[in-house]
Design a protein around this ligand. Structure first.
Ligand SMILES: Nc1ncnc2c1ncn2[C@@H]1O[C@H](COP(=O)(O)OP(=O)(O)OP(=O)(O)O)[C@@H](O)[C@H]1O
Length: 248
């Protein structure tokens, strides 16, 4: 049973305290642990007093937006400015490793049976099948980046965002919006990576994504990627604040 509950929080420091003074962090093993809205790990100790904070976990960053809106372009710029503070999570795949690929570095190489079991258990925030192999991002892979003290960057679609919203990860959700669908089509064509059929499919999906992306409050921030320099300036300001919070 819980006693009186109070929470001592000091940004950026790892400490545990209680009515009798400081307690060892190792006690946390028996505490129930969760994340508060600012990404702090909170331990709740059963007993006369209960408290506290502990290790700070940087808040992840989600970039979502229709295919061709410019997420990769903006990410490349972000990595130039904040590469020391931001990491991608390591994805899982059932395809065999290619020469030089290392397990846990390039991918987690797993068998289909295990991965399907984990997906069914809800351990993945997103997964998809390409060319007969499964790919996906596990919640644990995101936590691993957080435990390194880095901001985990996730470039995911709206289905992934829906799934993330049911977890305690509490990322900063940013929606990257193209100026309009005509411009989006132009960009997809000029990139030269898609067939006509693939472009039409992406544009259809984009309409649905834009509906949800523009729903008030669904994303923390919507950045219109019209002029690239202006869009990046907007993004850089938001991510700069996230990096500052992670460094405090
Ligand atoms: N502001 C911009 N103005 C003009 N062209 C842009 C702008 N931003 C990106 N582009 C171009 O649009 C194309 C699509 O951009 P990008 O590949 O970054 O999109 P994406 O959202 O990552 O797409 P996907 O989800 O399919 O990976 C690229 O050719 C890129 O150079």
């Amino acid at each position: 049973m819980l006693g009186r509950l109070s929470v001592a929080v000091r940004r950026g420091s790892a400490f545990v305290c209680g009515a009798t003074g400081r307690l060892s962090e190792s006690l946390l093993g028996s505490w129930s642990v969760g994340c508060d809205s600012a990404g702090f790990k909170i331990g709740i100790c059963p007993g006369r007093f209960a408290h506290s904070t502990v290790m700070k976990r940087p808040r992840p960053l989600v970039l979502c937006g229709p295919s061709g809106c410019g997420k990769s372009t903006l990410t490349t710029l972000l990595m130039k400015d904040f590469g020391d503070y931001i990491r991608f999570s390591v994805s899982h795949t059932t395809r065999p490793p290619r020469s030089g690929e290392l397990n846990g570095v390039h991918y987690y190489f797993v068998n289909r049976e295990d991965m399907e079991e984990d997906i069914n258990r809800g351990d993945f925030i997103e997964s998809a099948e390409y060319s007969g192999n499964l790919y996906g991002t596990s919640k644990r892979a995101i936590e691993e980046v957080q435990e390194m003290g880095k901001i985990c960057l996730l470039d995911i679609d709206i289905q992934g965002v829906k799934q993330l919203k049911s977890t305690p990860l509490n990322p900063l959700y940013i929606f990257v919006k193209p100026p309009n669908l005509d411009e989006l089509e132009k960009r997809l064509r000029s990139r030269g990576t898609e067939t006509d059929e693939s472009i039409q499919r992406r544009l259809q999906v984009a309409e649905r994504e834009l509906e949800l992306g523009m729903k008030p409050g669904y994303f923390d921030l919507v950045i219109v990627n019209d002029d690239l320099e202006a869009a990046y300036k907007h993004l850089k300001r938001a991510v700069g604040e996230l990096v500052d919070q992670a460094r405090v």
